[in-house]
Design a protein around this ligand. Structure first.
Ligand code: ADP
Ligand code: MG
Length: 257
């Protein structure tokens, strides 16, 4: 059997507007299977909106967006596009994990309950099976001992690692991260990046919006620079970081240093 070479994510001229505000103005990029792509760019450039389109939280207005070969949000029949029903969209979305800047854990549930919620309610797993897997995922993020704690009893970094375990509980084929360490105290950033690094080494396909250039340089296979709703430049992270080709990339990177 040959390996599936369909890219995991393909965006082809993806456009998104909110009323008169055009936010994505033709974003094109590809993320291969097993690849880690880091998405960088100034605030307001449309990075979150793009991730939200991939994860069905927004609908694209034009262009094509596919995950694992499936058109996101629409079904194509006889050359026409039909919007997916919420149920169909939900089915696609199950395979995509997302981690947000502000963790978004359920505050009144324990760590374990947070992690097993989706597999049991959405995935139809038995509570026993889901618990077994959740404990192993908590092990993976170094937090098995916190299974019975509540989110408020954890540090931000620990909460974010629980959020990663929760996203992994649905066995996603793609993981999206939207500035996962931006809300953390500096001393807590490393542990979260370590978990993400291990996940990458394990072969997970990841699309990561981040300002952590060290992570991008060391872990990403591809660095994508967005500005003003378009991809300005993309390529090998070391190349882009050390030798940016576009003035806008140069300007952005020089402000980070
Ligand atoms: P980034 O993540 O790169 O900082 P965003 O994707 O969050 O950028 O936002 C891009 C632009 O889209 C901003 O001008 C923002 O105000 C606007 N925007 C995002 N979401 C909405 C929304 N739901 N309604 C209206 N405008 C929005
Ligand atoms: Mg954002």
């Amino acid at each position: 059997m040959t390996a599936d070479t369909t890219p995991m994510v393909v965006a082809d001229q993806v456009c998104k507007n909110f009323g008169a505000l055009q936010v994505l103005k033709g974003v094109s990029l590809e993320v291969a299977r097993g690849e880690v792509a880091c998405l960088i760019g100034p605030s307001g450039s449309g990075k979150s909106t793009f991730l939200r389109c991939v994860n069905h939280l927004e609908k694209v207005n034009a262009g094509r967006l596919t995950v694992d070969g499936d058109l996101i949000g629409y079904r194509e029949r006889n050359g026409r596009l039909y919007e997916l029903s919420p149920k169909e969209a939900g089915r696609q979305r199950r395979d995509i994990g997302m981690v947000f800047q502000h963790f978004n854990l359920f505050p009144h549930r324990t760590v374990l309950a947070n992690v097993i919620e989706a597999p049991v309610l959405v995935g139809g797993a038995s509570k026993e099976k889901a618990t077994e897997r959740a404990l192993s995922l908590l092990d993976q993020v170094g937090l098995r001992s916190k299974a019975d704690a509540y989110p408020a009893q954890l540090s931000g970094g620990q909460q974010q690692r629980v959020a990663i375990a929760r996203a992994l509980a649905m066995e996603p084929k793609l993981m999206l991260f939207d500035e996962p360490t931006s809300a953390l105290d500096p001393e807590l950033v490393g542990d979260v990046l370590e978990v993400m690094r291990a996940l990458a080494a394990d072969g997970m396909t990841m699309l990561v919006v981040t300002h952590e250039m060290g992570f991008a340089r060391e872990v990403a296979d591809q660095l994508v620079f967005m500005d003003g709703g378009v991809v300005v430049e993309k390529g090998d992270p070391r190349e882009v970081l050390s030798n940016p080709q576009h003035e806008r990339t140069q300007g952005f990177l020089s402000k980070l240093l």
